[in-house]
Ligand binder design. Structure first.
Ligand code: NAD
Length: 288
């Protein structure tokens, strides 16, 4: 039977470590790590994510700074807020919840965040650092995927990894992280031909496609590890909405290890956000 990688428990452990580091930072340097979360508009999913992030930030003993702006906020006003947060010494991490309303260019906003406070790891400086393996802040979901893999793999060298999905927030950074660990990485996407055959050769499958049940049991070899990033809301057998991943979980009993949805990658994303904020605050303490 495949072992189930318990993201909820691992995330709780990461959050406890972050809280302990936060207490030490406050005691030794008088610094309380602070995370500023900026939400523009009323997108219901974004509001839920932001609420969770704020609650977890507070639970970890960090300062949570919230900016809720109306949907009609101009790009110039949002950029001014980012500039103010960049120079605010109580703010160590800045998170702008995506998506942004259509009048705002998300790239221009993300590019304006101080790379040292870019806890989402989306700034070109951090993307460049990731691709050159020179440190920097790593995007939260990909970092969470690697932490989950670390619980079942001690040596990644030479393993064949297939990443399904090539988004900037998940697929590409996760591929860079696997490459950094000396895996042989294949990145696939919607136009990839012969995907099942490619996946059959993989020791590690990371799927982030947003396509429910895409990875079937007969695509996955018996000793493979499957990290399912997908979060899809579908109608369950009882007619009620239910969350499923991008892998056909019930068909993967023969795999070596798999992540469930919910309770796999999802909880790791917030835990890694808190960890990145703590890292940014600790760096701030050492460069003061
Ligand atoms: P995206 O839409 O930006 O990218 C999807 C990628 O998957 C694209 O590169 C596309 O080419 C590829 N793709 C789509 N259908 C495919 C198919 N049938 N075969 C092969 N490739 C296919 O999505 P994203 O933002 O990277 O998110 C992907 C999924 O991960 C979504 O379900 C999203 O909700 C989820 N997600 C979860 C977390 C988390 O915290 N667990 C974080 C981010 C995203």
């Amino acid at each position: 039977m495949a072992s189930i990688i318990d993201g909820k428990a691992i995330a709780a452990q990461v959050e406890a470590e972050v809280a302990a580091s936060g207490a030490a930072l406050l005691r030794d340097h008088g610094i309380q790590a602070g995370l500023a979360v900026v939400l523009v508009g009323e997108d219901p999913a974004s509001r839920i994510y932001v609420r969770r992030k704020i609650a977890q930030t507070r639970k970890a003993g960090m300062l949570s700074i919230e900016h809720r702006l109306p949907a009609e906020t101009s790009e110039a006003d949002l950029l001014s807020l980012i500039e103010a947060l960049n120079v605010d010494p109580t703010v160590h991490g800045i998170l702008v919840q995506l998506p942004l309303p259509p009048q705002i260019d998300a790239n221009r906003v993300l590019d304006r965040i101080d790379p040292m406070k870019d806890v989402d790891g989306f700034h070109p400086v951090n993307v460049g650092r990731l691709s050159t393996g020179t440190g920097g802040l790593i995007p939260c979901t990909p970092l969470g995927c690697m932490m989950l893999l670390d619980t079942v793999i001690s040596d990644f060298r030479g393993m064949k990894a297939v990443v399904i999905g090539k988004s900037n927030i998940v697929g590409k950074p996760v591929a860079m992280l696997l490459l950094e660990r000396e895996c042989t990485v294949t990145v696939t996407h919607i136009h990839t031909r012969g995907l099942p055959e490619i996946v059959r050769g993989a020791d590690i499958v990371v799927v982030a496609a947003g396509c429910p049940g895409l990875v079937r049991g007969n695509w996955v070899k018996p000793d493979a590890i499957v990290i399912d990033v997908g979060i899809n809301r579908i109608e369950g057998p009882d007619g009620q909405p239910t969350l499923v991943g991008d892998a056909a979980f019930g068909e993967l009993g023969h795999a070596r290890a798999i992540t469930p949805v919910p309770g796999g990658v999802g909880p790791m994303t917030i835990a890694c956000l808190l960890r990145n904020t703590m890292d940014a605050a600790s760096r701030h303490a050492t460069v003061r």
